[in-house]
Design a protein around this ligand. Structure first.
Ligand code: SOE
Length: 379
């Protein structure tokens, strides 16, 4: 097996999650790029990595590196991914892939032109029981999916003094809750049911129109505390509800919010089919509810021995040994690196640049629908 060497750009919470998963997978790490050479060096030494690169350019010109993981704020993805693809690196990019569909189209073209593989970190489909839900749907056990509903709720931006770069449109993009967490849900809904979204009707709200921006650095999920701050007008969505129409008459609705007290990172879906139902949520990720009309409902506790053959390979531990958020990165990267080593195993099982592009197409339609207060058809 060819040994692929990886490097990571971004030393925040998610960059560290990527590094940890790569280590579990046995992928050798060449080094890290941070938001400054000092931060890169701090991460290098705390995680005992070989190198702290001073810049993306320095990393791009390192012939030792085959794959680069981009874990930086959204506005940097396009420029960094373009430079890396041109330098011949494969890219695993955090979501959203880019700021708009023009950029994501260019990235797909660049990957194609340079013969490189692009993945996007829609990691939440890699919870073992999400894989199992897909296998159950694929073998027809709940019949034809008719309804899919749920959402993604968080509370880390609940207070006006909660702050993060995602609140700034120049850094995060025009959409926030929809793009940051809604696209995880939309990815799951389309991937689980195997149906594409054809129309959307969205209602978006900025619940907290003015926030206090601290005069200093704040990490994702970090509490701001008592620090000097400036008042800033907010225009991105704290909340959204989106009605959805899919191929084959599937209907759905998604609610997302980053201001729902008590909900830390509550991703939830329920799918009602012509023969039965499935429901799952990320606060109890090792339980899958299977609903019936004419017999008692069931609950599957994650156990590879009881899971479908296609899903059980995404569970790294035996029954009773719970798996969670960090494991989803490992499972996604397992698929991604297998494909980079052997791209002939078509089609890719992981979320690709095409997936990232489709999520941006959806985001643009959702923003248009909310602005124009009407349904939008996807081309
Ligand atoms: C912040 O909302 C965040 O870290 C997202 O960016 C992740 O994609 C999600 O998995 C958890 O919350």
């Amino acid at each position: 097996m060819t040994e692929l060497r990886a490097a990571v750009i971004g030393a925040g919470f998610v960059g560290r999650a990527h590094i940890e998963a790569l280590r579990r997978l046995g992928v050798p790490l060449a080094g890290v790029v941070g938001s400054s050479p000092e931060r890169a060096e701090a991460t290098r030494s705390s995680l005992n990595l070989p190198r702290a690169y001073r810049s993306v350019q320095e990393l791009a010109s390192d012939p030792e590196v085959d794959v680069v993981h981009i874990c930086t704020p959204n506005h940097l993805h396009f420029e960094q991914a373009s430079a890396l693809l041109r330098a011949g690196k494969h890219v695993m990019c955090e979501k959203p892939l880019a700021m708009d569909t023009q950029q994501s189209t260019t990235l797909m073209d660049l990957a194609q032109k340079h013969g490189r593989i692009g993945g996007v970190t829609y990691n939440l489909r890699y919870y073992p029981l999400c894989q199992e839900a897909r296998a159950i749907i694929q073998r027809g056990a709940i019949g034809e999916p008719r309804l899919v509903h749920g959402g993604f709720l968080q509370d880390w931006l609940f207070y006006p003094n909660d702050w993060n770069w995602r609140l700034e449109t120049e850094l995060g993009g025009d959409l926030r809750a929809v793009s940051d967490i809604g696209t995880h849900w939309l990815d799951l809904a389309t991937w689980l049911t195997g149906r594409k979204i054809t129309e959307v009707c969205a209602d978006l709200a900025t619940v907290i129109p003015v926030r206090k921006r601290p005069r200093g650095r704040v990490e994702t999920f970090q509490k701001a505390g008592e620090v000097a701050s400036d008042d800033v007008k907010i225009v991105t969505d704290d909340y959204a509800s989106v009605l959805l129409r899919f191929e084959n008459n599937l209907r759905g609705v998604m609610t997302v919010s980053q201001v729902s007290a008590g909900r830390k990172a509550f991703l939830e879906f329920e799918i009602n089919g012509s023969e039965g139902s499935l429901a799952w949520n990320s606060e109890s990720p090792n339980r899958l509810w299977i609903g019936h009309r004419n017999q008692a409902n069931q609950e599957l506790l994650k156990d590879p021995a009881l899971m479908s053959p296609t899903a059980r390979r995404y569970s790294a531990y035996p029954g009773g040994h719970t798996e969670g958020y960090p494991d989803t990165f490992l499972q996604l990267f397992k698929d991604f690196y297998a494909y980079v080593r052997n791209p002939s195993t078509q089609p890719p099982s992981f979320p690709t640049f095409q997936t990232g592009h489709e999520e941006l197409v959806l985001c643009e339609a959702i923003a248009r629908s909310a602005r124009e207060r009407q349904w939008q058809r996807l081309a």
